[in-house]
Design a protein around this ligand. Structure first.
Ligand code: KPL
Length: 298
């Protein structure tokens, strides 16, 4: 299968590098990472040991592939969609944080699949990423049910040795992932704790409450996600990635813009529309936005 990975940072390079073991892969990312991959190939170390030579570009416009996998930061979704709209793809699949797929559907003709990835990835150096945790990829139709496109994408990921689930309940899984991000990302960034201690320490109740609020919003928009399932998910992911820093924690310590709008904004906006109270997510979101504003990042 021809696959283009748009947004080849840490996770995109890891997924693209694993896919390149079995498929014709093009990565789209930034220099100097892309330049180094063109010169020396891509090296994955840590919990995977892979050396591959995918195509590596900095301009993703006017390309064609069977599948485009989108792994940009959520705030770059519209730019990714504009670039992908100049090319031709049978299917696109987001593995991003936040509820980004609706924006891809609005901008692209290709079949849009929803996806989640629980692999841990860290950027090590240009041309090199570290796999910090072997997880799974879940892919399925955005509105749930089955689709031949999801089956084809699932089979392609499996063929490359990636643990993959083709799911018929993506609406629930997307909100479950949003609950995990709402529970872990803000509290870990504010407390400067790795994912495990975020749940195990004094910030744990904040994390669980953010996950419960997200589940309440899911139910308000007609998605079946119980508070218990959301809390179980946030506890499980924190335990599985105990030693990792969340992406928002990394963003804050590196002085970068965060995905606050795609995570807390997504919860709070939907809560407001349904007159639901989500004080924990609202507070976390305001604190992170306050930090971004003070540093001129928004
Ligand atoms: O998606 C993540 C992130 O850091 O953005 C989790 C699941 C919290 C893993 O760190």
């Amino acid at each position: 299968m021809e696959v283009l990975v748009y947004g080849a940072g840490a996770l995109g390079s890891l997924v693209g590098g694993l896919l390149a073991r079995a498929h014709d892969v093009t990565l789209v990312g930034r220099d100097p990472h892309m330049r180094r991959i063109r010169e020396d190939g891509l090296r994955i170390d840590g919990e995977a040991d892979v050396r591959v030579t995918p195509r590596a570009l900095t301009d993703g416009r006017h390309r064609a592939a069977d599948l485009a996998v989108i792994t940009t930061k959520a705030y770059d979704t519209d730019a990714a969609a504009r670039a992908l709209a100049t090319g031709e793809y049978d299917a696109v699949c987001s593995l991003q944080n936040g509820l980004t797929e609706e924006r891809l559907v609005a901008a692209l003709d290709a079949t849009a699949l929803a996806g989640t990835a629980s692999y841990g990835a860290r950027f090590a150096a240009p041309g090199r990423v570290t796999c910090t945790g072997v997880g799974e990829v879940v892919v399925g139709p955005l509105s749930g049910g089955e689709s031949p496109a999801a089956d084809r994408v699932g089979a392609a990921f499996e063929a490359a040795g990636i643990e993959t689930v083709v799911a018929d309940d993506m609406p629930t899984r997307r909100f479950e992932k949003l609950a995990v991000n709402a529970g872990i990302n803000g509290p870990s960034a504010l407390a400067r704790t790795e994912n495990g201690p975020t749940l195990d320490g004094p910030a744990g109740e904040v994390a669980r409450e953010a996950a419960r609020e997200t589940a309440g919003v899911a139910r308000a928009v007609g998605v079946d996600l119980t508070d218990d399932r959301a809390v179980d998910a946030v506890e499980r992911v924190a335990a599985d990635t105990a030693a990792n820093r969340s992406s928002m924690h990394e963003d804050v310590v590196n002085g970068r813009r965060t995905e606050v709008d795609a995570i807390y904004g997504a919860v709070v906006d939907r809560a407001d529309r349904h007159e639901l109270s989500v004080p924990t997510c609202r507070t976390i979101g305001s604190l992170i936005r306050g930090w971004e504003a003070a540093r001129g990042l928004r």
